[in-house]
Design a protein around this ligand. Structure first.
Ligand code: AMP
Length: 215
């Protein structure tokens, strides 16, 4: 099963992608996580991506597309995957489609988690992330069991620099300008499914499971 998660930053894509990956035993492929691990590891790619990420802008397609295609050609992705944060532009979607077509494959579903901007701004203020395993939490809606610590690996949680209030509005603007057109793109492809993302994480996950069971 090959799944794409769509939705504004802060809509809950990452949280739901992790749950889908666990439930269906497929890798969770997050381009944001791959960039962050490259930044942490001091790689060339990380150095090139850092400024864009810190400013809440998209990393250029030339850097992003190759990195993602490389990741999904790894053996663990053979049985499918859930893409979280990719594609974010039409050229990324086109490149993915082309690369898959060459192998006789296609994306099964694009799941759009819909949340109005006003909710997003409130949500992102409370977001915390694990710098080690990539799990995400929310102080109000999905707190970790032990305050400030990751449930999965015990590491100390952080506020990502791009979740800081001043960057959030900019990321939403980028989303509407560059990523939102993907909704129509996948609707035309006939694989878009829309989910109300204002519900609790459990309710959103149940709705997603219902959609996925139809594939
Ligand atoms: P995320 O963790 O998905 O919110 O991604 C964090 C940041 O990484 C984004 O704000 C972008 O700067 C960058 N990024 C992640 N995925 C992509 C992508 N597909 N295209 C361009 N930039 C991306």
């Amino acid at each position: 099963m090959k799944i794409i998660m769509l939705g504004a930053p802060g809509a809950g894509k990452g949280t739901q992608a992790i749950r889908i990956a666990e439930r269906y035993r497929i890798p969770h492929v997050s381009t944001g996580d791959i960039f962050r691990s490259n930044i942490k590891g001091g790689t060339e790619l990380g150095k090139k991506a850092k400024d864009y990420i810190d400013k809440g802008q998209l990393v250029p397609d030339e850097l992003t597309i190759g990195m993602l295609l490389d990741r999904i050609s790894q053996p663990d992705c053979e049985g499918g995957y859930v893409l979280d944060g990719f594609p974010r532009t039409i050229p990324q979607a086109e490149s993915l489609k082309e690369a898959l077509e060459k192998r006789g494959e296609r994306i099964d579903l694009a799941l759009d988690i819909e949340v109005p901007d006003s909710h997003i701004v409130r949500r992102m203020g409370g977001r915390r992330a694990c710098p080690k395993c990539g799990a995400t939490y929310h102080l109000e809606f999905a707190p970790p069991e032990k305050e400030g610590l990751c449930d999965r690996c015990g590491s100390e949680l952080i506020t990502r620099s791009d979740d800081k209030a001043e960057t959030v509005q900019g990321r939403l603007d980028v989303y509407h300008r560059q990523t939102y057109p993907l909704i129509s793109y996948y609707r035309e492809e006939g694989i878009l499914r829309e989910i109300d993302g204002t519900k609790t994480p459990d309710e959103v996950f149940s709705a997603l499971e219902a959609l996925l069971s139809e594939v």
